[in-house]
Design a protein around this ligand. Sequence first.
Ligand code: ATP
Ligand code: MG
Ligand code: FE
Length: 341
Amino acid sequence: TIILGLESSCDETAAALVTGDGRVLAHRLATQEEAHRPYGGVVPEIAARAHVEMLTPLIAAAFEEAGLTLADVDAIAATAGPGLIGGVMVGLVTGKALAHAADKPLIAVNHLEGHALSPRLADQSLQFPYLLLLVSGGHCQLLRVEGVGRYKRLATTIDDAAGEAFDKTAKLLGLGYPGGPRVEKAAALGNAKAVPLPRPLVGTSEPHFSFAGLKSAVMRAAQAGQHSVEDIAASFQQAVIDCLLDRTARALSNSHGVTALVVAGGVAANGAIRAALEKLAADNDLPFVAPPMWLCTDNAAMIGWAGAERFAAGLIDGLDVAARPRWPLDPDAEAARGAGV
Ligand code: ATP
Ligand code: MG
Ligand code: FE
């Protein structure tokens, strides 16, 4: 099978052609970083307009790269949420129009499911169930991935996401946007022990994450002006690693029968975080799976792949499917904790 994947939920516009046996025939991506940089973050209206401009040419380029046409695909998979609703609608409506015009099935993909299944595109041998640390710009969760569409959320952040903490820290330190890669670069030149910073919730019996207190401490350190940007960045990154490791270790000790420790989402592109998780997996005698960097940050190959997994499971959507700004992977866990978490 061949699936066309479309992604437009944040500030990356992307189109990809992916096969059911895990080959990426083409992937095209346009990032809007330059357009949003003057504002220090993503401006929803600018994002939506850019998706409108970029998506159709990217789809055409993907087909050209693969030497295929719309008639060759078996289904069209588009991100239907969660994300900035204007952007999500651009991709979903485009997917609907193509599906209708070519009389192909439409698959509405949860962007988080795209991240969650991306490790199985990277490593075809990865089997369910696995323990997933999903760390991205809007989310920080531990999930037990039991199958396609079957996610048990074990932990989430009670305030900021990990990527959000990186982005806010970058802004505070004057490193600019987007923050994650810039903080990682600065951190590599600094001393991680230079600045004492808190590790919220580490060692506690509750399973969740928290990064707001860490961000405030970084702000105080930056304002005090006694430390270099590099030392603050390195100390911040180490604090994030300690939080992620402690919480993931806790979840691992409560998870029975998982085949691997897996990380996905934009923050999984961070080399220091990957290395720390790899060691944690080895200490627990588990394989460690992390997608290549380009598959960690937003892209359409992971949407096409999630579409392929859903297609194989017979999960097709109607053309009346709605775009969803909020769309939890595990609605039961979300309901249990109440809205907002
Ligand atoms: P979500 O997937 O939760 O809807 P998103 O799609 O905006 O949010 P992603 O594209 O998955 O998020 O990830 C982007 C995030 O990853 C940003 O917060 C960015 O700072 C972070 N990030 C990217 N590269 C790195 C890195 N090398 N180190 C740390 N963080 C990084
Ligand atoms: Mg982005
Ligand atoms: Fe994402």
